[in-house]
Design a binder for this molecule. Sequence first.
Ligand code: NAG
Length: 305
Amino acid sequence: MVTEFIFMGLSNSQELQIFLFVFFLVFYVGILFGNLLIVITVACDSHLHSPMYFLLANLSLIDLCLSSVTAPKMIADFCSKHKVISFKGCLAQIFLLHFFCGSELVILVAMAFDRYVAICKPLHYPAIMCGNACVGIVASAWGTGLLHAVSQLAFAVNSPFCGPNKIDSFYCDLPRVIKLACTDTYRLDIMVIANSGVLTVCSFILLIISYTIILMTIQHRPSDRSSKALSTLTAHITVVLLFFGPCILIYAWPFPIKSLDKFLAVFYSVVTPLLNPIIYTLRNKDMKTAMKCLRKWNVNFRVKS
Ligand SMILES: *[C@@H]1O[C@H](CO)[C@@H](O)[C@H](O)[C@H]1NC(C)=O
């Protein structure tokens, strides 16, 4: 029986380990700082109490959790020769990863829907995106994540692991872990593709359709109003492409590119979670104003106390 798994890591060159350690540590600190900043800014500033920013804050929270599932372990592993994870730890990683990824998908779709209503049906916006709808969306995001994670983990838990325990990656990636099971893994593979693959591809198609409709609507607008909308949209679309590209290649691409997929995984575990705050805070005027206010408020507060 296998009680632990061994990661091969991103690279086995000794000099590169130190470089990667520093590189990803900086990334991870950036992720923690940037995403917390968004959550705090949205919570504190009442100008930002609108569905779009609530969804953004929720996305940041999920990003924070998502990268915390894999990044700290990966960073710590750069310093050790034996990159070991216990069987339970591995299952926990699979569960949490799918839980947060599933929720993130729903939030991204919801953000696209929110922009669609705001831009294409502005008069109905307050009625459609009322407070209850927003809470409902967030609740269904967590619900979907939970359902997805439980259904994925069910396959991994029930498969027998008896022999090989080396994973050529830096985290417990379900398709790779399943390959190690001592059963016919073909059916398990199909299950993963049917679950994760279909979920990602369907949400991706939904997103493409909604952004296409939005872009087509914007085309017929006077240019000053459409340029602000366009800059928000490009930010959303960039995040969507960077998040979905790797997910689809790992879980739904029929021809496995095994040597590449651990590098692709770096995208959704470290790169997109950092990009969100960068894209939204640098490009969004409301966010920038709110952060300035926050800074002033902080200074006033310090002077007074
Ligand atoms: C997530 O969205 C809900 C519903 O709109 C909101 O009440 C909550 O404050 C958001 N969470 C964060 C961390 O901003």
